[in-house]
Write a protein that binds this ligand. Structure first.
Ligand code: AMP
Ligand code: GLY
Length: 422
């Protein structure tokens, strides 16, 4: 069995690591991959948006199944293209990937089917958006670009002046290009955020261990929003009772809303939920696995991942019984100093050879130059450990990290800490 993974971050390294555990696997290919994925897969530097080339590659390498990591190719229709070429692939089709590709699409769907989310208004005209902000009482607001903006398209604004600035930047100055042509302005919710990955086949679904992502750059949730500085799973904030409620009020109504709209959803539906005083509400949907949550969630998955994604493809998820480890996993991201703003790359990474065997290192932005492994991105590595207790998993990770070196390394020292007391 040959597998192709599209993407080149920590999430894709975790996917490749997990897929590799299937004894039927002959070769794993990854486009574009990274320095760590290269050690378990053949990486090829093709462009992720040239679907014709990707499909030709899959045919040439006799790829049996393709898994797509990032949102961009999904939103652009890679799954539709692969299907049209009779190439088996895991991920939602273009019309379904709009759940992430268009905030307005997702918000309208939620409004139509009564799925709990923040109250919102949508605008295609900046003057109307500004007038709307002025009509509201002073309050925090969230301004969201409708389209994909590399995870930066949502701005939590402390007041109306901030919201006005964001509207101006997105709609007039087009800092996110056409993604900001339309915006959503919504009420600011508060509560713990959780990430729940639902794997759907258009008919049935499975849920993986709920996780929590640490988005801010600095300890104590200070500093800027990043792609994610760490994660852990399971999160005790989503109690069994709240989980049942999230399934009942969000997951099932959303999947059946999609069905009612005639949209087949196959793939991961990532439910980003805020656990508000009124119960779980949707912050956002994504059409893929989360990064870095995947680096904590997959080490807790006992079932075979290939079997799951193939079952999703063949619409037989209903027959699978998922096996989840009831242990705890913590993933800490090691980033380049300065991330998410300006940072330098090319620093040599040392110390990965002598880590304890039970510590997993998922590469995010790395590349080989001869014998040297170099940092090649903002997020460089994700270090994960598993333990029967959450603090134990954190202790294992934080005991291993000081052995890893690269110049200007930056990481948070409090990943999972807030959950210890729960
Ligand atoms: P999104 O791009 O929708 O995932 O939003 C990015 C981040 O902004 C989320 O993870 C939240 O931390 C925050 N956020 C988005 N929408 C809201 C909201 N309505 N209320 C509070 N925080 C939000
Ligand atoms: N961890 C957030 C995301 O993957 O979008």
């Amino acid at each position: 069995m040959n597998i192709l993974i599209i993407g080149g971050g920590g999430r894709e390294h975790a996917l490749a690591w997990k897929i590799r555990q299937n004894p039927e696997i002959k070769r794993i290919y990854c486009i574009p991959g990274n320095g760590g994925i290269e050690e378990i897969a053949e990486c090829c530097a093709l462009s992720m948006d040239d679907f014709g080339r990707l499909a030709a590659f899959a045919r040439e390498k006799e790829v049996d199944f393709t898994i797509v990591g990032p949102e961009q190719p999904l939103v652009e229709g890679i799954v539709d293209y692969f299907r049209s070429q009779k190439l088996p692939v895991f991920g939602p089709i273009k019309s379904a990937a709009r759940m992430e590709g268009s905030k307005i699409f997702a918000k309208r769907l939620m409004a139509k089917y009564g799925i709990p989310t923040a109250r919102f208004s949508e605008f295609g005209n900046p003057a109307a958006a500004l007038a709307y902000i002025d009509s509201l009482p002073e309050q925090p607001l969230v301004v969201k670009a409708d389209g994909l903006a590399a995870g930066k398209g949502s701005v939590v604004c402390p007041d109306r002046a901030g919201a006005r600035r964001s509207v101006d930047e997105m709609m007039n100055r087009r800092i996110f290009k056409d993604a900001g042509a339309r915006v959503v302005i919504e009420e600011c919710m508060s509560g713990e955020e959780v990430s729940l990955f639902v794997i759907a086949d258009g008919k049935d679904y499975l849920t993986l261990t709920p996780a929590q992502d640490y988005k801010r750059a600095l300890d104590g949730d200070r500093g800027k929003n990043t792609g994610g500085m760490g994660s852990y799973a399971p999160t005790p904030f989503l109690t069994a009772e709240l989980r049942d409620r999230a399934i009942r009020e969000v997951v099932e109504p959303t999947l059946s809303a999609l069905q009612s709209e005639g949209i087949e959803y196959t793939g991961v539906l990532y439910c980003g939920l805020m656990l508000t005083a009124d119960g779980p509400k949707v912050i956002e949907f994504n059409c893929r696995f989360g990064d870095p949550e995947t680096q904590a969630v997959l080490p807790l998955l006992k079932s075979d991942l290939l079997e799951i994604v193939q079952a999703a493809h063949s619409r037989s998820l209903g027959k699978l019984r998922l096996q989840l480890d009831d242990a705890h996993a913590v993933c800490v991201v090691l980033a380049s100093g300065g991330y998410p703003d300006v940072y330098e790359t090319g620093k040599e990474i040392r110390g990965l050879d002598n880590l304890p065997e039970d510590v997993l290192v998922f590469h995010a932005g790395t590349r080989w130059e001869g014998e040297k492994l170099l940092a090649a991105g903002g997020r460089v590595l994700g270090v994960t450990a598993v333990d029967s207790e959450l603090p134990g998993a954190a202790r294992r990770v934080y005991a291993a990290i000081p052995q890893i070196h690269f110049e200007k390394i930056h990481y948070r020292s409090d990943i999972s800490r807030r959950a210890w007391k729960k």
